[in-house]
Each structure stands twice: as C-alpha cells, then as structure tokens.
Design a protein around this ligand. Sequence first.
Ligand SMILES: NC(=O)c1ccc[n+]([C@@H]2O[C@H](COP(=O)([O-])OP(=O)(O)OC[C@H]3O[C@@H](n4cnc5c(N)ncnc54)[C@H](OP(=O)(O)O)[C@@H]3O)[C@@H](O)[C@H]2O)c1
Length: 250
Amino acid sequence: MFDLNGKVALVTGASSGIGRQQSLALAQAGAAVVLLGRRKEQLASAVADIEAFGGKAVSLSVDLSDREQLAKIAKLAVDQFGSIDILINAAGVNFREPVDEISLDSWDKTLNLNLAVPFFLAREFIAGMKSRSWGRIINIASLQSSRAFANGLPYGASKGGIAQLTRAMAEAWSVSGINCNAIAPGFFPTGLTAPVYQNPEMLDNFARQTAIGRNGELEDLDGVTVFLASPASNYLTGQVIHLDGGFTAK
Ligand SMILES: NC(=O)c1ccc[n+]([C@@H]2O[C@H](COP(=O)([O-])OP(=O)(O)OC[C@H]3O[C@@H](n4cnc5c(N)ncnc54)[C@H](OP(=O)(O)O)[C@@H]3O)[C@@H](O)[C@H]2O)c1
C-alpha cells in the first residue's frame, strides 16, 4: 500500500530542509527521485545520501523563478527516469518584512515562487499523469494558510492561496486519477525558519502552542509524505493536512 517502487517523483526545494527530507522518504519507499533546487553542492549531498541506502536519485540545478522556463525544466525532469508520477512543490521563500516595508519586488517574488510556480509546473505533468490514470501532487502549505503571523503578509497570502490552489487542482484533475493534497507543517528547523530558531523564547512559545508540546522534527514529515504519494491515499484529495503537533487544533 505504501510501496513506491516503479514510481518517479520530482521534488522542488530538494536541496535543503523539508524538500530534502521528503526526497529521502520517497526514495526509502522505493521511488526514483529527481531533486530540484539551485545549490549544486547541497543537491549532490542529498543524492549521495539516497544512493548510500541503495535508492535512485538525480539532481537538477535550476532556478524556478523564471516561469518561461518551466516547460523546459519539466521536460528535463521527465527525461531523467522517463516520467513524473509524483510532484512535491516544496520550493519557497519568506522575506519576513514588516508590513510597511514590503516592496513590489518581494511581493512578486514570494507570490511567484510560492503560488504561481506550483500551478504552472504541475500543469506540465498532467498530460503524462492522465495517460497513466495516476498521479500525485503534494503542495506545501503552512500555519500561515489559516493564521496570520507578524512580518509574513506576502508569505501568508501565498500560503492561503496554496490551500485553495490544492482544492482547485483536485477539482480539475482528480477525476483523471491525479490526487492533489497539501501538507501544512508547523515549525520545523530549516533555513527558512532560522530566524525563529535563533529566538529560543519564541520557539518555546510555539512549542507550547502545540497539543503535543514540541515543534516539528524533519523525520515527522516522512509518514505523511509517503502516505500522500502512495496508493494508501487513493481516496484522499483536495485536503490540507496540518502536520503541526496540534498547533491549529488548540
Ligand atoms: N520550515 C518550516 O517550519 C515550514 C513551515 C511551513 C511551511 N514551510 C514550507 O516548506 C517549504 C520548504 O521550506 P523549508 O522550510 O524547507 O526551507 P529551506 O530549507 O529554505 O528550503 C527552501 C527550498 O526552496 C528552494 N528554492 C528557493 N528559491 C528557489 C528558486 N528560485 N528556484 C528553485 N528552488 C528554489 C531552495 O533551494 P535553493 O536555494 O538551492 O534554490 C530550498 O531547497 C516552503 O514552501 C516553506 O514555505 C516550511
């Protein structure tokens, strides 16, 4: 039920943090994984970690922010192992600007990478997934899909959008066997949350806000990632799963 042998996954944001962890989890479950990011050394290290346990992986160093290049990038990804069956849209940015300092440029960069790219990249793989009557798209939402945090206005707007994009993708594509869901993580230690992790008091407050009593560890992502990527989630689509230790339940 959770076996991914014979499936090919593309993970964006795979050079670090959440996307890297998810790439390893998919490879452990048997998928061949195409890891995408810009930083070559970090990508090579993730591929080496996968190969070390006998998994199959390659990396593509590309910048996703140029939407005109997405068709070319998608073709390159398909060429690696012959198809893309599972897409995880984990690439993202958060510039953490106070509301009065948000520039048009940072707004555009955030909304583009966090919201537009997941849709336009996914659309490139739909014909292939339809031809096999099977596909999985996993977006990465956030606590900010449903809650407002200081200094995160464009980020929150993009993540609120991701929650609705996930439902709209399901409406459009799940009739063809392509399930589209999102994972909304709580606080996990990555480059993106480094400013939070440098503030022990804030971090502690966030941990106390969860029902479980701690913030996330990267390994907490493995189960839900494999579940959403595998036949185990055959009848699940259009959902945002809050992987937050109960933060949004309290
Ligand atoms: N950490 C958390 O607690 C948390 C909570 C909720 C949601 N999230 C979401 O999780 C996702 C992953 O973030 P993270 O926390 O793992 O942070 P991260 O370690 O900073 O990862 C961000 C990833 O995005 C990639 N990226 C950024 N700009 C790119 C571009 N122009 N082209 C291609 N790739 C690009 C980065 O790769 P390169 O720099 O190599 O290009 C990196 O792999 C994001 O969508 C974030 O919003 C994180």
